[in-house]
Design a protein around this ligand. Sequence first.
Ligand code: ADP
Ligand code: MG
Length: 155
Amino acid sequence: LESRTFSWPDEAACERFAAALAAEPALRRAGIELDGPLGAGKTTFVRHLLRALGVSGRIKSPTYTVVEPYQVNGLAVSHFDFYRFNDPREWEDAGFRELFAAPGLRLSEWADKARAVLPPPDLRLAIEPQDDDSRRVTALAGSALGQALLAAGAR
Ligand code: ADP
Ligand code: MG
């Protein structure tokens, strides 16, 4: 499937990309993974996406809770950060399997730490900070749905 590389010269470019995805109906049943080192901008992207979808309250990073759920305009969103995820039993016990099976949007940071249990994503964004503080973003579609999101983001 398709892969594309983007450049986000600044956070405003990340915000524009998020807004373009938010306008795409396919987003409402997508699984998206955000890869990249600490400080790359994974949570920042999720914040801009949630704002574009209409979330108005505080948007916390789920570093300690693993997941933060949102309900906005009839859309269920689960924002995961698997950085502290190390027991696959938690997948069942904490109800993550149900969250992934239910309709809605799933956004995952540090997906590699839950690779054994996570279903494959529709879209993966690998964010690499550059020396000039811009971000090089490699987007990889894993499904037709992801392909539609990629096309929306590239417009
Ligand atoms: P992560 O979740 O990947 O650890 P965060 O989103 O918490 O990273 O932090 C990224 C930081 O980088 C934020 O302070 C954000 O303002 C900053 N930043 C600078 N340029 C960009 C950009 N182009 N895209 C996203 N974030 C950026
Ligand atoms: Mg983060």
